[in-house]
Write a protein that binds this ligand. Structure first.
Ligand code: SF4
Length: 407
């Protein structure tokens, strides 16, 4: 039995009115899950009446796992000087792009740790090199904390760092590193130092002002309260009101395995409720992605009934979530099957959500990918030769780049 208050709030949503923070919290806490899903699905259908669900073929590459930020929820990073630390070479990245293009991929999602031994010029040279080899291939790269890290490392303001990266070939900015945009939470997660909530939002504001489109994310299920989860959404909504620069929102649950923070993972129901809440609160976001990488294919498919209109990336490679224990894999055939079994038409898209066409595997033969690639094959500890060209900041980095004295 739905209370008269919930019915009133549903009528507000059906009428296209914005929920207040307390109303959104009430819906999230009190509404039955299937009812909440129907409400979110109504908003999804209003924004996307053509019953098309999109996805992108791209490759999620982590250029380095060396990081000074040391977030306590992260199982991916290695400290400076670790024998398990890596930096990918330009040639390795070119090979990954070749493989991506071979399966119909259109962009690289390029993110990594905050490595003090990779200066801004390394990124500029890499982006220039990629764009001169692959002019049409897109670079969706460097989340706000990475941009901030480069700003601190180079002692240049964020707008100048963005300008230089754009000149080198940056096409758009991924919304990683947002976690929960509330400083109390960020301090507990040891990620306040890499970017406060205001700093994260400010990098995105500058990116939007510079003409870039970006995505926004949320990693929930650590130490935040319901109110803080909602505050995160409200802060994104406010920035979207201001700039209109976000193309999409992606929520995923904290993956606790092998992390310092440890704990338990949020349930699939919590994921679906959080997704539905996001669809209701983020009324100025067109696109919500299903996070099948953390939830698995079946919950990912159900997401399409709880507000999502996009299946995210086909994912040729993944390193971060896998390091924390989750390793779901779906190639394009599987993603399309999940979309079509829900009664939607599947279409490829780019980062701007422009439709690129029908599934690639129906247009030409593409190899099936039953397992995700990793940044490096196990045991490969090679150091790219071009690193010698760039100044290092850390003691171990400096030592490794100094030629041995002549005997
Ligand atoms: S989440 Fe990112 S910034 Fe934080 S420790 Fe991991 S790699 Fe570094």
């Amino acid at each position: 039995m739905i209370s008269s208050e919930l019915s009133r709030l549903a009528d507000k949503v059906y009428g296209g009115e914005r929920l207040t923070p307390s109303e959104a919290l009430q819906v999230y806490r009190e509404a039955p899950t299937s009812w909440l899903g129907r409400l979110a699905d109504h908003v999804r259908a209003r924004k996307h009446p053509s019953r098309i669900v999109t996805y992108i073929i791209d490759r999620n590459v982590n250029y380095t796992n060396v990081c000074v930020a040391k977030c306590n929820f992260c199982a991916f990073y290695r400290p400076v000087g670790s024998t398990e630390g890596y930096v990918l070479g330009f040639e390795e990245l070119f090979r990954k792009i070749d493989e991506t293009i071979a399966v119909g991929g259109v962009q690289l999602l390029l993110q990594g740790g905050h490595n003090p031994d990779l200066p801004l010029s390394w990124f500029e040279d890499l982006f220039h090199a990629i764009k001169s080899r692959y002019p049409d291939f897109k670079l969706h790269a460097l989340s706000p904390p990475e941009v901030l890290h480069l700003s601190r490392l180079s002692q240049l303001p964020v707008p100048e760092v963005l300008r230089r990266l754009i000149n080198a070939g940056l096409d758009s900015v991924p919304g990683g590193g947002a976690e929960i945009l509330v400083d109390r939470v960020r301090k507990l997660l040891h990620c306040y130092g890499k970017a406060s909530a205001d700093e994260w939002l400010d990098v995105m504001r500058h990116a939007h002002w510079a003409g870039l489109r970006t995505t926004a994310t949320m990693m929930y299920g650590t130490v935040e309260t319901d109110e803080e989860r909602l505050e995160h959404l409200l802060r994104l909504r406010a920035l979207q009101d201001e700039t209109g620069g976000f193309t999409a929102f992606i929520a995923w649950s904290y993956q606790p395995e092998h992390t310092e923070l440890a704990g338990t993972e949020a349930t699939g129901i919590d994921y679906l409720r959080t997704l539905a809440l996001s669809r209701l609160v983020l009324d100025n976001f067109d696109n919500l992605q299903a996070s099948w990488v953390t939830q698995g294919g079946k919950v990912g498919q159900l997401s399409l009934a709880y507000g999502a209109n996009d299946m995210g990336s086909v994912m040729i490679e993944e390193n971060v979530v896998r390091a924390a224990g989750a390793s779901y894999c779906m190639d394009e055939v599987e993603i399309v099957r999940n979309i079509e079994d829900m009664g939607f038409a599947a279409r490829r898209r780019n980062m701007h959500y422009e439709l690129l066409g029908d599934p690639m595997f129906r247009e030409r033969a593409v190899p099936r990918m039953m397992e995700l690639a990793t940044a490096r094959v196990a045991g490969d500890t090679s150091v790219p030769a071009e690193l010698q060209l760039y100044g290092a900041r850390s003691r171990s980095g400096k030592a490794s780049r100094t030629p041995p004295p002549a005997s």
